[in-house]
Design a protein around this ligand. Structure first.
Ligand code: SAH
Length: 368
């Protein structure tokens, strides 16, 4: 249970947990739907206003739960419409989320941890190490704030766990969050509208596969173990072959139909972008039920890597497609505000802001 002053957050519980509580209160389990709708669909965190509930229950809610949210610390708007929001948690840590509007959909990219322990060498979040896991309510609060406070007009259609942190290293909280995201009376996001991205924690992929229906993205970034271990230390525990086997099982074990598995590959100039890398990758992925998403590397202050030149990127793309591996390229979004993949660093980004502006928070308090 996530507590703060001993109280559970109104954002924390899924339908099943609310029903238990209602049972304890000797109230009808049907109120669980009302509660979920009020809190998540309509964005109300004021029990006294939930007039569809009996007065006694409203009082109980008022006294037993908390309605506190992470504070909106900073908002930045990119030229391409991308918007990055830095949130300050009650413990003082910062996390970030990014709104990415496009013609076909509006995606919210959310964080699952404050910081990250995995140490991928090309990722800004990794630089600060792991501060802590986020609780369910802190993850849910990101979509809640996005929908009900920050961007109510933007009709967020997709959510990706590609912000700060490794979602499968905080899987209990991520699964609790998914139950709410997918509840028709809460956020009603279908399985194809949520993507969990992982650096490749094989047991986590297995468990996610048994517990949720969502799309999976796996950060591969190298076609062989020696290079991948250099870039992603987690590879020593879960090498490529085991990881790809887990991807295949994940894709094939969908409840209704095949689940989408995307292999993410950030192109780093002179490191993993040679034609031989593309060929080796194509050989490994041949015939597997996965597609590849090529990500242009997004530099950040102090990063050792460079993005591949456009023609190198194009050649890599063509080599994969030519070998029959379905490949797409992720357009970098929000680079001018450090909101693109791997550029989220929470605290250090905010520190930059503090250093360049006198009092950034004042203008942003209550930005919703
Ligand atoms: N921990 C998860 C999700 C976080 S990052 C994971 O590893 O998948 C989301 C994606 O951005 C991952 O594919 C990650 O490898 C990639 N990424 C990290 N840093 C990047 C950078 N500087 N440029 C481009 N992509 C990056």
């Amino acid at each position: 249970m996530n507590t703060e002053s001993g109280r559970t957050s109104l954002l924390e519980w899924d339908r099943k947990r609310w029903k238990c509580w209602l049972h304890e209160q000797e109230a009808s389990p049907a109120h669980a739907t009302t509660l979920i709708q009020q809190i998540h669909r309509y964005g109300s965190l004021e029990p006294e206003r939930m007039v569809a509930l009996p007065l006694r229950l409203r009082h109980r809610l008022e006294h037993s739960f908390r309605a506190t949210l992470p504070e909106i610390a900073h908002l930045r708007h990119a030229r391409d419409g991308t918007c990055k929001c830095t949130l300050r948690l009650s413990c003082g840590q910062f996390i970030e989320m990014v709104l990415i509007p496009s013609a076909a959909r509006t995606t919210l990219c959310i964080s699952s941890q404050a910081g990250c322990a995995l140490g991928c060498t090309f990722c800004h979040t990794a630089r600060g190490g792991l501060h802590r896991n986020l609780s369910i309510d802190e993850i849910v609060a990101q979509l809640w704030l996005a929908r009900h406070r920050l961007w109510p007009e933007s009709a967020i259609s997709n959510v990706v766990f590609m912000g700060m942190g490794e979602p499968l290293a905080n899987l209990d909280a991520v699964l609790g969050t998914l139950r709410l995201f997918q509840d028709d009376h809460a956020y009603g996001l279908g399985c194809r509208r949520i993507t969990v991205s992982t650096a490749g924690l094989v047991p986590g992929i297995e468990r996610l596969g048994h517990s949720a229906e969502v799309s999976l993205a796996v950060s591969l970034h190298a076609p062989d173990d020696a290079l991948r271990t250099e870039l992603m230390p987690i590879n020593t525990r879960y090498p490529i072959e085991k990881l790809l086997q887990a991807c295949v099982r994940y894709a094939q074990r969908g409840l209704r139909r095949r689940r989408t598995v995307t292999i993410e590959y950030a192109l780093l100039a002179g490191i993993n972008d040679a034609e031989s890398h593309a060929q080796m990758l194509a050989r490994r992925l041949q015939g597997l039920p996965v597609k590849v998403n090529l990500i242009p590397f997004n530099p950040f202050p102090g990063s050792d890597y460079m993005p591949s030149a456009p023609e190198v990127h194009q050649n890599f793309f063509e080599a994969l497609n030519g070998a029959g591996v379905v490949t797409t390229t992720r357009r970098a979004r929000g680079q001018d505000i450090a909101a693109a993949c791997g550029q989220l660093a929470g605290e250090s980004v905010l520190r930059e802001v503090f250093e360049t502006q006198r009092s950034p928070l004042m203008a942003l308090q209550g930005a919703g």
